[in-house]
Design a protein. Sequence first.
Length: 52
Amino acid sequence: MPPIDITRGDGVRYDVVAIGNALVDVIAAVPDEFLVNEDVVKGSMTLVDSTR
């Protein structure tokens, strides 16, 4: 991907680099039994990887 030149109206130039993974929130209504079966605590944050 070619670099993008971002320059403000006053001539100040910005170089921006971003590397990483996006964090995505998923809000879903599920029965409490689903949380128990998946070993998830209600109201908690769970990072999900390819094995989960």
